[in-house]
Design a protein around this ligand. Sequence first.
Ligand code: GLY
Length: 361
Amino acid sequence: MTAATEHLQARQGSHRYEVHVGPGALDALPALLERHDRVAVVTCPPVARCAAGRRALAAARRGGKVALVHALPDGEAGKTLAQLERAAVKLLQAGLTRRSLVVSVGGGAVSDAAGFLAATFMRGVPWVAVPTTLLSMVDAALGGKTAVNLPVAKNAVGAFHPPAAVLADPRALATLPPRELRSGLGEVVKYALLEPALLGRVAALGARRPGADLIAACMRAKLQVVEADPTERGVRSLLNLGHTFGHGVEAAGRFDRYTHGEAVAVGLAFAFRLAARLGRVGPLAVAEAEAAIEGAGLPTRVPPAVARRAVDLMAHDKKRTAAGLRWVLPRQERGSAWTVEWDVAADAAAVAAAAREIAGA
Ligand code: GLY
């Protein structure tokens, strides 16, 4: 039986867009191109070569408006100001105008860069996201955070520019390298820890690839939060569960030792351990969270040197924010499921103790 395609409605401020998830998602693409004069597809070489990329390109070409297919260098190398300039020149040379459309086909790095290109080209044109990795389906392509990196900081130059539509065909996940799939599972587990009602489904999935229904459930969880807080002034910070220590781990590993999802997984375990240290949750919640993380084939421990370095890097970040370091942490009342709160303070001793617990392998 073929899985059905789900249609979600997203709202971000006054902007509304549709999210299609399932094997029929790309069917919506030709109609989305109709009201535009020209279309630029922005992708990267490995995606352009794979079946999912070719399917997306064929669907875009059915609209008859594709003036340019621009390949960014793969990964973070495509997220630079130099690449942004190069791409914008290509769009101009291909005749794109203020009535044109950018279609991003790829993972998180491509959608971050293509979305920012769309946000800035001619002071902003619409874009459609066709995410081809799990991470970009459940996170990067949704919610309009677009950016490129500076040599000194990731995502330092960017804009909120929500897409005109998101078209996610989970068949793309069939050819993802296993580590890349697990990286996306880190964000899936995050949603299950934000919404414990999803925990059973995520635990049953283990390290396998999720289908359209679970991807759509994660997307719904994100879209609900983004709708309430489009530009991260408050509740959207919930989506950073596991990311504070996770970013420290990513940086401690110089951004190549751990994938984003692996670092977030360790950060999730850290968040639950810190919450336990602060008396916010009991040991069973920690065990349940770590079982879900490990069940997805993701780490809950890092070597002691990495844990120490992650804490140092977080302290460095703290000096740069006037409010100091605030945490996204679970809280559990006796006998009920936990809920997650943002903007939580934690003393340095509790942070250090949780880091020692995480320093296992
Ligand atoms: N990736 C977290 C957010 O979009 O807010």
